[in-house]
Design a protein around this ligand. Structure first.
Ligand code: SF4
Length: 364
């Protein structure tokens, strides 16, 4: 069995990332086979339960209200709408539903109560439930855990050094604090990032240092390739080469042997051969459905054809961690505390974010 280390350095990780490709693939595939079934890949479905209108300024995101993109915002979905989408996801082979809301942080109140009910509903459908709702307090994490949440997603996005070139409305430490709050509950952690945002290789390695030195390491690490969306500050970024994705997946696999490594956004820009290399390098999860929140994603039938071609099987739910029990609202131990946490707002100027905001003002 591979050793799980929590003391990886940037230099060591860069050394792995830059190995001759065949050596890197062999090493990653070996670790992968020791810890996981190489022919099983989890299929997850992402549902955007509240789209657009986000007050944050993430340079990659079309849901930020300050940029002018084609994203149409909507209010929080109803429980019935979410249930219908989850049922259809389950019937197409998904074992996990991730619900995303374009919020800066979770606020106690009717909308959070509605999300808790969505969590109860999907957990009772015997699917793994994940949420990505922004920054979160310990009490809120415990309330989600009680409802039956399996995982909470909160991406580090990039290295701590590069973070301030991407986002000015919150700081890297806020991300770590939320992950820490999730860890105080029994909810598993999903945290990863995006490559292709103009970062250096050192930043990719830096992000993997930040993730792999968490103890415990995240149970799930999504690796996204930037999808450059018109109107965002990153609209002109060139797509990354598949080799960057393969190297990033392989390196993540080696430094986090037990983690579920997720091939996330950017799959429409990848060939099947490219995706097959990522699976060989240790990716063992994909997102299904024609949209990933707001950006395009391969159709589920295309993915099932790819699975057939590669001899892959969809992973059953609760293979890695057992199913949490759902506590009904009336039996809950935890109450809303109406906390007012002081999340950071650095507010420094990021030129490209300002330019995109000014352009949006002219169009709106
Ligand atoms: S990534 Fe999340 S927090 Fe950032 S602007 Fe988009 S929805 Fe808001």
């Amino acid at each position: 069995m591979s050793e799980t280390r929590h003391n990886w350095t940037r230099e060591e990780i860069l050394g792995i990332y830059n190995k001759p490709l065949m050596e890197l693939l062999y090493e990653a595939a070996t670790v992968h086979r020791e810890e996981h079934d190489p022919n099983t890949v989890q299929v997850s479905t992402l549902i955007s339960i509240k789209t657009g209108g986000c007050p944050e300024d993430c340079a990659y995101c079309p849901q930020a209200a300050r940029y002018h993109t084609k994203v149409e915002g909507n209010d929080l979905m109803t429980i019935d709408q979410v249930k219908a989408q989850a049922m259809s996801a389950k019937s197409s082979g998904s074992s996990r539903v991730c619900m995303g809301a374009a919020w800066r942080n979770v606020k106690d109140g009717p909308e959070f109560e509605q999300v808790l009910e969505m969590v109860r509903t999907i957990n009772k459908m015997d699917m793994e439930v994940c949420c990505t709702l922004g920054m979160l307090t310990e009490n809120q994490a415990k309330r989600l855990a009680e409802a039956g949440l399996y995982a909470y997603n909160h991406n580090l996005d990039t290295s701590e050094d590069y973070y301030k070139d991407i986002i000015s409305t919150r700081a890297f430490e806020d991300r770590l604090e939320t992950i820490g709050n999730v860890r105080k509950s029994n909810v598993t952690v999903c945290s990863g990032g995006i490559i292709g945002m103009g970062e250096k290789l050192e930043d990719r390695a830096g992000m993997l240092v930040a993730l792999s030195t968490l103890d415990p390491q995240p149970e799930s690490v999504p690796i996204n390739a930037l999808v450059a969306v018109e109107g965002t500050p990153m609209e002109d970024m060139e797509p990354i080469a598949i080799w960057d994705m393969v190297r990033m997946v392989a390196t993540a696999r080696i430094v986090m042997p037990k983690t579920q490594v997720r091939l996330s956004a950017g799959r429409t820009q990848m060939s099947r051969e490219g995706q097959a290399l990522c699976f060989f390098a240790g990716a063992n999860s994909i997102f299904a459905g024609d949209k990933l929140l707001t950006t395009p994603n391969p159709d589920v039938n295309e993915d099932m054809e790819m699975f057939k071609l590669l001899g892959l099987n969809p992973q059953k739910p609760f293979t890695k961690v057992s199913q949490p029990k759902t506590v009904e609202a009336q039996d809950s131990q935890y109450r809303p505390l109406d906390e007012k946490p002081k999340w950071t707002r650095p507010g420094h100027t990021i030129e490209r974010n300002e330019t995109a905001k000014e352009k949006a003002k002219l169009v709106k």
